[in-house]
Ligand binder design. Sequence first.
Ligand SMILES: Cc1cc2nc3c(=O)[nH]c(=O)nc-3n(C[C@H](O)[C@H](O)[C@H](O)COP(=O)(O)OP(=O)(O)OC[C@H]3O[C@@H](n4cnc5c(N)ncnc54)[C@H](O)[C@@H]3O)c2cc1C
Length: 338
Amino acid sequence: MGIVCADGHSGFDPDNKLVRLADDTEVGYDVLVVAPGIQLDWDQLPGVSDTLGRDGVSSNYGLDLAPKTWDMIRGMKKGTAVFMMPAGPIKCAGAPQKIAYLAADHWRKQGVLKNIEIVMALPTPGMFGVPEFAKVLEQVVTRYGIDVRFETVVSEVKPDSKELVLKSMSGDSTSTIGYDFLHAVPPQSAPNWVKCSPLSIPGDAKGWVDIDKNTMQHVRYPDVFALGDAGSSPNSKTGAAIRKQAPVVVQNVIDQLKGQEINRHYDGYASCPIVTARNKMLLAEFDYTMRPHKTVPLVNTQKERWDMYLLKRYGLPFMYWHFLMKGKAMTTPAAFGS
Ligand SMILES: Cc1cc2nc3c(=O)[nH]c(=O)nc-3n(C[C@H](O)[C@H](O)[C@H](O)COP(=O)(O)OP(=O)(O)OC[C@H]3O[C@@H](n4cnc5c(N)ncnc54)[C@H](O)[C@@H]3O)c2cc1C
């Protein structure tokens, strides 16, 4: 029988090489590729669900909420705007910063930036894990006058008093701050039905599918592979990473089916196109070494650039629909999967 989690959802039975669907149908497999994405754990940020989408609180992590984010930013003329990032892996770790820079640039152009205090709460000790890109982002936050609180998370939203509880990552200090606008980002984890299955890392609260970070093969079930946001590989969770993981998984699955040794390796490549103004972008490309891993020829991508903004605005959507979605991404430089 398939594995059914406590919530009754369908599950994996890797010992018998089958999955169970929502209608209880069981499907056998020779090789299973798991790619269900990530779960937004809004319930892990107390208070936020009572106010999401209204009273100055929005999030680009909700399809329906993203337009409201922009409406709220355009409507703001003074007060305190807080941009937060939760602890733990999230999809596109640059997204919580990008929206802060777009907002700040808009307020600057409207002449109201001086009336708005911008606070950015980051769980990390620096602006970015790769020093070369962190240095550029330090200049960006200085330019906009953003008050960055490092190693700090928002632990509670209090909509009635329009306050946030800020907690240090060490857990030994808390403080309260008022807000007029909050860009909220939820803690994230593997979907619950993956978390409670035998495929997840034993004892890991986030429940990622337990794979080898290079081969993308499950560490206990060789007939199972995973890629994308739900996998345990410690890359930055981005579409750009998947663009490089997919060919590795395809070849390794073929070799596994043929009974041959698998030998294709993913190097942790990810790219984060960080929009730093309405018309500027920093293309951060890196891999497991946490060093820059440049794939765009000729141009210096270790600075904010107008041409990289054009790539993001016009080039990437074209590449996405015409190459990535058609399985032709191998013909483009890796960054175009951003
Ligand atoms: C605001 C924001 C900005 C981003 N910007 C960038 C960027 O600039 N560049 C970049 O590279 N990445 C970016 N990303 C990250 C990127 O979107 C994700 O990393 C990527 O989509 C993950 O792909 P995935 O296939 O793992 O998961 P998903 O894209 O979430 O796909 C998973 C699929 O599995 C399906 N599924 C889940 N459970 C089941 C089930 N039980 N049965 C059947 N189907 C199921 C889902 O419906 C979904 O279609 C951004 C993300 C956000 C939120």
